[in-house]
Ligand binder design. Structure first.
Ligand code: GAR
Length: 189
C-alpha cells in the first residue's frame, strides 16, 4: 500500500476522480491519500476534498521563492511517509529541491503530448490548431516545464468537436479515467 499526496491549485476534478477510485475503485487496494495539498487558499478542490473526508492542507506559494516554499512542503509531508506526489492541476513549477527529495516519485498529468505542447492552455491550443486528435500524457516530473520522462499517453478523439468547451469536456473525461489507470500500474509495481 503506497501513501500518496495529491497536489492541486484549482478545481480539482482529477483529484476527485482519483479519490473516488481510491475509495471504491481500481486504486482501493494500492494506495491511500494521506493529504490533498494546495498552493492557493482559493482552490475549490480543497473544500471538495474536505467534504469527501480527505485530509487537506494549504501553503500559499504567492510571492514565495520556490525553494523556500518547497522546504515547507517537505516538512509538511515528512510525518506522512509519502511515497508518491500526484500533481493534478498543480500550476506551479517544481524545483530541484522537491525533486531531489522525491526522485521519480512526482507524477503529473498534462492534457497534450508533452513533446508538442508544454505549460498552460493545452486544450485552447488543440482547439486553435483544429486538431482531430490530441493526447493526454502522464509523466514523471523534472524541473523543466512538462519535460519529464513519459509514463503513458492516450488519445482523445476531437473529431466533430464544436467548441473549446466540448474539447475540454472530451479531454477531461479521458483524463479522469486514464490518470487512475496509469497510477495503478505505477503504484502496484
Ligand atoms: C487538467 O486538464 C490538467 O490536465 C491540467 O489542468 C487541468 C486541471 O483540472 N494540467 C496542466 O495543464 C498541467 N500543465 P482539474 O483541477 O479539474 O483537475
Amino acid at each position: 500500500m503506497k501513501n500518496i499526496a495529491i497536489f492541486i491549485s484549482g478545481r480539482g476534478s482529477n483529484m476527485v476522480a482519483i479519490a473516488q477510485q481510491v475509495q471504491n475503485g481500481i486504486l482501493a487496494d494500492c494506495c491511500q491519500i494521506k493529504l490533498v495539498f494546495a498552493n492557493q487558499a482559493t482552490a475549490q478542490g480543497l473544500d471538495i476534498a474536505a467534504k469527501m473526508g480527505l485530509p487537506t492542507a494549504c501553503l500559499p506559494s504567492e510571492s514565495r521563492k520556490r525553494a523556500d516554499h518547497e522546504r515547507d512542503i517537505i516538512a509538511l509531508l515528512a510525518p506522512l511517509q509519502i511515497d508518491y506526489i500526484v500533481l493534478a492541476g498543480y500550476m506551479r513549477l517544481i524545483s530541484p529541491v522537491l525533486i531531489a527529495h522525491y526522485p521519480q516519485r512526482i507524477i503529473n498529468i498534462h492534457p497534450a503530448d508533452t513533446h508538442q505542447h508544454q505549460g498552460l492552455h493545452a486544450y485552447e491550443w488543440a482547439w486553435q490548431q483544429q486538431l482531430t486528435h490530441t493526447h493526454i500524457t502522464v509523466h514523471y516530473v523534472d524541473s523543466g516545464m512538462d519535460t519529464g520522462d513519459i509514463i503513458a499517453q492516450t488519445t482523445v478523439d476531437l473529431q466533430g468537436a464544436a467548441s473549446l468547451q466540448e474539447v475540454e469536456q472530451r479531454g477531461l473525461a479521458v483524463e479522469h479515467q486514464f490518470y487512475s489507470q496509469v497510477l495503478k500500474q505505477v503504484l502496484s509495481s
